[in-house]
Write a new protein. Structure first.
Length: 127
């Protein structure tokens, strides 16, 4: 477990649970964090260690995190694209403009519960 020792508040943008009951947390300045049921101890919260693929995103601002109908997670960031992660297999994919996105900034994600269109990243230009 990893404890974030800080007098600074943790700014949370989005929460999502996975099939194992873990809670994935998208934050403004601490990347993605992971809480398990054993993470809360008294008045302290200890975050779980993430797979090493997440290390380069530790300071990335994330806006959205969702689970699709297959149980895989999609995480949208500001300026660093999209992460697709399967917690069961450990499969990790970083998707950016170099491999298909129109923009590296994802403000929101939508997953079609009817499984017709799948995942829809919402990219809005502020210009």
């Amino acid at each position: 477990m990893e404890k974030i020792a800080s007098s600074q508040p943790l700014f949370v943008r989005s929460l999502c649970n996975d099939a194992a009951g873990n809670v994935w947390v998208a934050t403004i300045d601490n990347g993605i964090q992971l809480l398990s049921t054993s993470s809360i101890q008294g008045d302290s919260i200890h975050f779980q260690k993430l797979p090493k693929e997440f290390d380069e995103f530790s300071q990335t601002e994330f806006r959205s995190i969702i689970k699709d109908h297959k149980g895989t997670l999609w995480m949208g960031s500001v300026s660093n694209g999209l992460i697709h992660y399967d917690p069961l297999t450990g499969s990790f994919q970083h998707i950016t403009t170099t491999n298909g996105l129109e923009s590296n900034t994802i403000y929101s994600l939508f997953c079609d519960k009817e499984k017709i269109s799948g995942l829809v990243p919402i990219q809005v230009s502020r210009s």
